[in-house]
Design a protein around this ligand. Structure first.
Ligand SMILES: [Zn+2]
Length: 403
């Protein structure tokens, strides 16, 4: 009871801190998503940015730092918690409570917006709404409800669908429940299982993509292997997730259709680092490392071909707080730090269809601002390791500027 009350009041205090008057913040440099302003100011009013440019008048001194737009993580599972020893009947309520920690750790990485790709019992919708209402502190969430899966077990669950007709029904149920995105599991592979057998057929993927688009929503299709990727792209997926070993033809089709690739290379690194905690056998480590290498190789090929990339961590359990490590893999695959940064800002906003509100610092966008210690355009580790201050929608949610 005490903890609950404390949480409520922190949120209330943060909301109170957002004043209606204009506030000015002075940075050593600002990367606004397109260009660099040296020694410049950002003025915010309520939850939006009013101006970016030369400083005039009084301001908050953040001149030791470089400002970048609030980051976007395109693939999270915010409601996946490792420890949940609550009785089955109360699990869903407990999940939303425990996941607050994931939300807070995500903000500390400079991520102020997430696309959350799959949850049970609509815990993601509850979290999104609580955050938007100011009851919970966390990044702005865009959620998918249940990710669609084929029937594999004995019992069907609310997310299973077989055949285009059932796919239509489940897609419409998620959107009806309030999902912002549709998520479909187009292949096997998850956790220590790195197989990539195609699950849904092309016809089922097409039914899902068409149903989502008809209702004004976008669809992300998970596929660990190349066959699911080929069919997901042809079916009209807006983004393909993971997608290792893609062939040249699929990659060329992604370029032609401007399909986004969200490779999520780093999440298997997390599984390798934590295999004991996750109760994976030591043999899983070899499989995961092999998958990481092929995933990176596929990213290199896709990058050379001109595919558009988005940064997604696929963060689950205790990976929150490591959301942006994926950017390091992107630089390893051949991107400049600036190009990597775009995958979590301007490009990610484009995939979300939200270029006017997130992913850049310009008049009218949400005042989502991250202060980093160093030059993010010459060293991506500055973004990954040195976030010192985060503002989300005009409210300061992280402040590590004091020594
Ligand atoms: Zn995922």
């Amino acid at each position: 009871m005490t903890i609950r009350a404390a949480n409520c009041c922190i949120a209330a205090a943060l909301l109170f801190a957002r004043s209606a008057a204009a506030e000015t913040y002075h940075f050593g440099a600002i990367w606004d998503g397109a260009k660099v302003w040296k020694d410049a100011c950002i003025t915010t009013k309520a939850d939006r940015i009013e101006t970016v440019g030369p400083c005039t008048g009084a301001s908050v001194d953040l001149t030791r730092f470089t400002a970048i737009p609030g980051l976007i993580d395109l693939h999270t599972h915010m409601t996946y918690v490792l420890e949940n020893r609550v009785s089955q009947a109360g699990r869903n309520a407990a999940v939303v409570y425990l996941a607050q920690d994931n939300a807070r750790k995500t903000l500390e990485t400079g991520v102020t917006t997430v696309r959350d790709l799959g949850a049970s019992d609509y815990a993601d919708i509850a979290m999104r709404d609580l955050i938007n209402n100011g009851n919970m502190v966390g990044p702005r969430m865009f959620v998918a409800g249940y990710g669609l899966q084929i029937t594999r077990g004995r019992t069907s669950t609310p997310n299973t669908a077989d055949g285009p007709t059932e796919v239509l029904r489940v897609v419409r149920q998620q959107i009806g429940a309030g999902a912002d995105w549709v998520k479909m599991y187009g292949s096997t592979g998850s956790g220590r299982d790195v197989t990539g057998f195609e699950t849904f057929t092309y016809e089922e993927m097409k039914a899902a993509a068409d149903a989502a688009h008809a209702l004004g929503k976008k669809i992300a299709i998970h596929t660990y292997g190349p066959n699911g990727a080929r069919d997901a792209v042809r079916a009209g997926a807006d983004s393909v997730e993971h997608a290792t070993d893609m062939d040249d033809e699929t990659i060329a089709e992604m370029v032609r259709r401007k399909t986004f690739y969200v490779p999520t290379i780093d999440h298997n690194r997390y599984y390798v680092d934590n295999y004991r905690k996750l109760n994976y056998p030591p043999t899983a480590v070899n499989d995961l490392n092999d998958y990481i290498q092929r995933n990176l190789e596929t990213a290199r090929k896709a990058l050379k071909a001109g595919v558009r990339f988005g940064m997604g961590s696929d963060a689950v359990y205790t990976m929150f707080g490591e959301n942006t490590r994926e950017l390091g893999w992107f630089v390893k695959a051949g991107m400049t730090p600036e190009a990597a940064l775009r995958t979590a800002t301007t490009a990610a906003a484009e995939l979300m269809g939200m270029e006017k509100t997130v992913g850049s610092l310009k008049p009218g966008t949400f005042a989502d601002v991250v202060a980093v210690d160093g030059d993010p355009l010459s060293n991506i580790d500055v973004v990954i390791q040195k976030v010192r201050w985060v503002m989300k929608g005009g409210t300061i949610v992280v402040d590590k500027t004091k020594p």
